[in-house]
Design a protein around this ligand. Structure first.
Ligand SMILES: Cc1cc2nc3c(=O)[nH]c(=O)nc-3n(C[C@H](O)[C@H](O)[C@H](O)COP(=O)(O)OP(=O)(O)OC[C@H]3O[C@@H](n4cnc5c(N)ncnc54)[C@H](O)[C@@H]3O)c2cc1C
Length: 383
């Protein structure tokens, strides 16, 4: 990445993050609390609006800067998963919304007055097979009536708006399975009893929910783009999500490596720093080398994305490599810290749990392999 611009931005983000040390994240983790102060400060600093064009009050920056921000948050020991979607979920509105919709929502998101942190795609009966979702939005006059259920919908309780993917034509009636799906912006503040939220407790401190829609009314003017084309709109936003979450994983990997470096130099056992033992040193070096590889692939994806070039393969591969190396580094840290890796106060076990998520979300790595097998290598379609 371009060194000069990034050095300054990295410094600024590091400074902000230094006010949220490991103890802060541990406290949130223990209480299963939303990191409200951190998210507010990120919002006030304009970082969550970095991808929103200046005409709507955002910073008008590229995916490169967004990647730097998220990488640094994770490298500092923090966790941007509480709010990262505020950066990129608005992309569907930006790319496919009408001028009125952009004016209506993007300005509020950019100023921090409105939160768009939730997007609802996954369903219990469809899983990774998104085109099999069955939540249905039926058009009735100037409204859509939504019924169905979703699972693992994150940050809903801390968001004002939610992007929803729902069927508007039954799957049996569409020629291609990707057809007949539409995207809506749902104002959660107006939903009342028609949305029921059931929190799902997970192994990390992450607000995620099962969601039930019971005759939810969504004004037709909240539909983004054309009816039936929603899948392609969501797909178009996935490259940004892959690159940004890859950056969080890279930050995680660097966090573990930084911690390992320090600890392996300081911890003396058998009259020598443990880092002198190749059994400790080599896994750290291997994780470092692989992290550099993941950074290079991520940077390649970033350059293509910011140039407006197709980058599906690169974005997916960077998410795959970064999540794998973060998990490798997490395990190396556990070995390096010995018993202290398990002790809460060292902060390794929390990060270890958090880093694991990215092997399965926002897309499971098997699905990335199948994408590369089929679309990049031309191997037979497996599903
Ligand atoms: C903490 C958390 C937060 C989340 N937040 C959101 C959110 O905000 N919004 C949202 O819409 N979703 C969210 N998700 C859902 C997430 O995107 C899905 O969990 C993920 O896409 C995998 O789907 P699944 O869990 O249904 O797994 P499944 O699809 O049931 O897959 C289970 C396993 O089988 C493998 N598998 C399935 N099919 C194949 C195949 N054909 N070939 C090889 N392997 C296969 C998968 O790789 C996976 O390992 C979140 C999930 C978690 C855990």
């Amino acid at each position: 990445m371009d060194a000069e611009v990034d050095v300054e931005l990295r410094e600024q983000v590091r400074k902000l993050c230094s006010r949220y040390p490991s103890e802060y994240w541990q406290k949130c983790d223990r209480a299963r609390a939303y990191p409200e102060e951190f998210v507010q400060e990120l919002t006030d600093a304009g970082y969550l609006a970095c991808l929103i064009p200046e005409q709507y009050g955002g910073a008008g920056l590229g995916i490169r800067e967004a990647a730097v921000i998220l990488e640094e948050i994770h490298r500092s020991g923090g966790n941007a998963a509480a709010c990262h979607a505020q950066m990129y979920t608005m992309g569907t509105v930006l790319r496919h919304g009408s001028p009125e919709q952009k004016e209506r929502w993007l300005t509020g998101i950019a100023s921090g007055a409105v939160r768009l942190q939730a997007f609802a795609i996954t369903e219990p009966d469809a899983g990774s097979d998104t085109t099999s979702i069955s939540t249905f939005a039926e058009r009735k006059g100037d409204r859509y009536i939504v019924n169905g259920k979703k699972i693992f919908i994150s940050r809903m309780q801390h968001s004002d708006l939610m992007v929803l993917l729902a069927r508007t034509t039954p799957r049996a009636d569409v020629e291609k399975r990707t057809g007949g799906l539409s995207v809506f912006v749902v104002d959660l503040r107006e939903a009342g009893d028609s949305i029921r939220v059931q929190p799902v407790d997970t192994m990390i401190n992450h607000e995620t929910n099962e969601v039930f829609f019971d005759d939810l009314e969504v004004p037709a003017e909240n539909r983004i783009g054309e009816e039936g084309k929603g899948f392609s709109y969501i797909l178009g936003g996935m490259n940004a999500e892959r690159i940004l979450l890859a950056s969080e994983s890279i930050g995680d990997a660097l966090f573990f490596i930084d911690r390992c470096k320090r600890y392996a130099n300081e911890r003396v056992v058998f009259d020598r720093p443990i880092g002198q033992n190749q059994g400790i040193q080599f896994p750290i070096a291997r994780a470092y080398i692989r992290t550099q590889g993941a950074i290079a692939v991520r940077d390649g994806a970033v350059a293509l994305y910011d140039a407006g070039e197709p980058c599906g393969a690169e974005a997916n591969m960077s998410k795959f490599l970064a999540s794998e190396v973060a998990w490798e580094a997490a395990n190396v840290a556990m070995d390096t810290f010995g018993g202290y890796g398990m002790a809460e106060e060292f902060g390794i076990e929390r990060k270890f749990r958090e880093a694991r998520l990215y092997l399965i979300a926002p897309v499971a790595n098997n699905l990335v392999l199948s994408y590369v097998g089929q679309h990049v290598l031309g191997l037979p379609r497996s599903f």
